[in-house]
Design a protein around this ligand. Structure first.
Ligand SMILES: *Cc1c(COP(=O)(O)O)cnc(C)c1O
Length: 513
């Protein structure tokens, strides 16, 4: 039996057609340009939440959550459990996503949720370790017993300005029938990020260092996705956060950290999330809608504040220039996953809860965005969003000041060092703690990266402290070793789609794929 929460549709579709979980994961983006969503969100009772789920391990909780969204006939229980076990066996922390222990002792209601204990030290591992295993699982099912030349293969192509590329490579390395090509702008990513991506020896992984900007790389990737001839030959797959499986995998840590922070009780909790493409915080929205009593989801943005502006004005407007900030993973012009929230807001605002009509409304908004560069929604839609969300904008100066303050205030002997993305969230959280003045409220501030990944911003903030040393206090042993490893880089001399396609085909031939 398939439940209504296990079928999916596009945010822009007004047709009856639905898709299975497998179709949604493999396809990534809907053919009408929309994103896939489960129109019905599963409901979990308070007895189940606080009688059962509050006592589960991270992996067991992940299983209970995913089971609700994925039909048994697509992935039977034992297989789903195996996928989850394998995906989180690569994490360094026993409880996968722990709450930090040595932050400021005087603020016991501020919890920093460390999401960076996966292979690449960024929160994207939580989702991409799982997505890599899912791709492999579905391909193995399809390819069972087929001879080599008939096997279905996936060629993953992505562009990165840093974190996504390495997390995707570590999620897909060594996976059968899958190859991965990650484009990045030559000389424009941090040395650690380049080392992480280029020292993976697996044959199915190839990084392409492209002479150009990040936007050039992204344009090439988009053009490759739109090239139906290349696509039909190579089955191009997407790993960016439009993939529904990434959102699904992230729901677990919202439930898990809530229970950790409250000791399993139904207390008041606000989540504060450093946001860019809105994928992380959207998982928090599903958590709240499933029945966990979350007080608010707080969007923390840097100076690229399209979301903050939308919640204040009701106008969603693409800015024409992206500001380069200390938190580059959040430097975006448009938050692609925001479309999913807008669909639910449109749906809930309709008296008859008509999914087909919600798709039509959403499609109109995004057509308008494409033509006019902006759209404005009714006040009722904004009011709907404000029931669950609020937003805070944090400047570069405040980001640096927050890294300093946490370092100074945190307990000896170990000082706590924030990465700049996490600092955006912690700055927003401290503002809220002051404004709310409610000692019974818990604040869970999501930490999205290890500080070693963003050395420049961290050193700028802390190098004036005499007893501070990046190598001793920040850089993990495992990352120190990377610089000694052999690098595998393919230079692409010109940001040109035909050239990149040729290089990919040559490399695929070498890989035997
Ligand atoms: C990707 C990323 C973010 C933003 O997450 P979204 O899901 O795009 O909102 C924040 N911080 C870091 C370190 C990231 O890598």
């Amino acid at each position: 039996m398939v439940s209504p929460c296990q079928v999916y549709r596009s945010t822009r579709s007004s047709a009856k057609e639905t898709k299975s979980f497998e179709e949604v994961v493999i396809q990534g983006l809907a053919s009408d340009g929309g994103l896939f969503i489960p129109p019905t969100i599963p409901q979990v009772s308070q007895e189940t939440l606080f009688g059962k789920w509050s006592k589960l391990s991270f992996q067991d909780l992940a299983f209970e959550i995913m089971r609700l969204y994925v039909a048994q006939d697509e992935i039977p229980d034992a297989d789903l459990k195996g996928l989850i076990q394998r995906s989180y066996s690569t994490f360094r922390a026993n409880d996968i996503t722990p709450l930090a222990k040595n932050t400021t002792g005087d603020k016991e209601n501020l919890h920093v949720l460390e999401l960076f204990h996966g292979p690449t030290y960024a929160f994207k591992d939580v989702a991409l370790q799982f997505l890599g295993n899912l791709f492999e699982y579905f391909l193995q099912k399809t390819n069972k017993d087929l001879p080599q030349e008939q096997r279905k293969k996936i060629t993953v192509v992505g562009a990165t300005s840093g974190d996504t590329g390495s997390a995707a490579i570590y999620g897909l390395r060594g996976k059968k029938d899958i190859s991965v090509f990650i484009l990045y702008p030559t000389g424009r990513i941090s040395p650690i990020q380049e080392e992480q991506m280029t020292t993976v020896p697996d044959k199915n992984v190839q990084t392409l260092s492209v002479k150009g900007t990040f936007d050039n790389c992204q344009d090439i990737v988009k053009a490759i996705f739109g090239d139906s001839d290349f696509n039909s030959r190579h089955n191009v797959g997407a790993v960016n956060s439009i993939n529904w499986a990434r959102i699904l995998a992230q729901i677990t840590y919202y439930f898990y950290s809530y229970f950790q922070a409250t000791g399993g009780k139904a207390d008041k909790v606000k989540f504060v999330v450093p946001s860019g493409n809105f994928g992380d915080i959207l998982a928090g929205y599903f958590t709240k809608k499933m029945g966990l009593p979350v007080e608010k989801l707080v969007i923390a943005t840097n100076e690229n504040d399209i979301l903050d502006r939308f919640l204040k004005s009701g106008t969603y407007e693409r800015s024409d220039k992206v500001a380069a900030t200390l938190s580059p993973a959040m430097d975006i012009l448009i938050s692609s996953n925001f479309e999913r929230l807008l669909w639910y807001l449109a749906y809930e605002n309709l008296a008859n809860h008509d999914a087909l009509k919600a798709g039509e409304i959403c499609n109109n908004w995004f057509q308008q965005l494409k033509i006019e560069g902006k759209f404005t929604v009714d006040q009722a839609i904004i009011d709907g969003a404000l029931k669950d969300f609020s937003s805070e904008r944090v400047s570069n100066t405040e980001t640096t000041a927050t890294i300093k303050k946490m370092y100074k205030d945190s307990q000896n002997p170990k000082k706590y060092i924030l990465d700049p993305h996490t600092a955006v969230g912690v700055c927003a959280t401290e503002r809220l703690i002051k404004a709310d003045n409610d000692p019974s409220m818990h604040y869970i501030s999501l930490s999205t990266a290890h500080p070693a990944k963003f050395a420049d911003a961290v050193n700028d903030a802390l190098s004036s402290y005499e007893d501070y040393s990046f190598v001793r206090d920040v850089l993990p042993e495992e990352l120190k070793k990377l610089s000694a490893l052999e690098k595998k880089i393919k230079l692409v001399e010109k940001a040109d789609i035909e050239l990149v396609k040729t290089v990919i085909e040559e490399e695929l031939a070498k890989m035997g794929l």
